[in-house]
Design a binder for this molecule. Sequence first.
Ligand code: KIV
Length: 299
Amino acid sequence: MSLSPNKASKNTAEPAVTEPVTLKTLKAMTHRKEAFACLACYDATTARWLERAGVPVLLAGDSAAQVVLGFERTIDMPLDFAIQMTAAVKRGAPRTLVMADMPFMSYHRSVDDAMGNAGRFMTEGMADVVKLEADESQAGIVDRLTRAGVPVCAHVGCRPQTSSVTGGPMAAGRTSESLEQVVRDASALQDAGAVLLLIEAVPDEVTRRVMEIAKVPVIGIGAGTACDGQILVVNDLIGLTDFPPRFAEPVASVGNNIFESGRQWVQNVSNRTIGGKRYLMRAGESEKLGTGSQESATR
Ligand code: KIV
């Protein structure tokens, strides 16, 4: 197993992301009306390939609780694991803007707690931005983090960390009242200093209204095409998810590749045709062994 984050392998082109991506880069793209791509990913190897592909923003998402750790809900994401995962993504994609997803209850108990945990994501996790699911009542936390130098992406609309209250993840803004609430949340959080907004699972009407008031780049997921950037979970994009959400259209079938590779390996092992190169003893060393051992060494 080898991991060489900064080197393009011999079968790939040079990395597409050459200059470090910053908030300035995203603002400039937004200004030029160039939509930017983002993906949630969870490990250094995948991050390395996505940076080479030119994806400018990666989110070390709390969806890892489900797709990596096998939990049913994102609220089961462990804090220490989230921090380590963020650092792994940044090590794999050092020039990419990496967002850390703050897990459930890591920013709710008190502002001090939120500050301490966000600080860990910025230092141990090497995050460029922290994302938190929030409504207007949490504007105070965004304000304090921003003043302390922590760039915040405010995640509004459908907020999976509140699923236990709502009875499951569900679209937001499907009534005029709910639409107004999402717009109020986005407005209050950007006024508190959020440098990015992320809006999840809302009808186009909501996105349009948020885009009208937005002064910062808006990233959408299941929020139509009007947003400045678009994000998906990488597993949904590459065909690893059995039942992807309605807004995610896979562009590859990596799940099938894994399945076929697994089957092939089972076959190869059973046929004793495992391929690859074997280790050889150094010149003259095998002659020092008895015949029996020589046979076993070359078998
Ligand atoms: O954790 C996650 O995957 C997210 C999505 C919005 C991409 O928060």
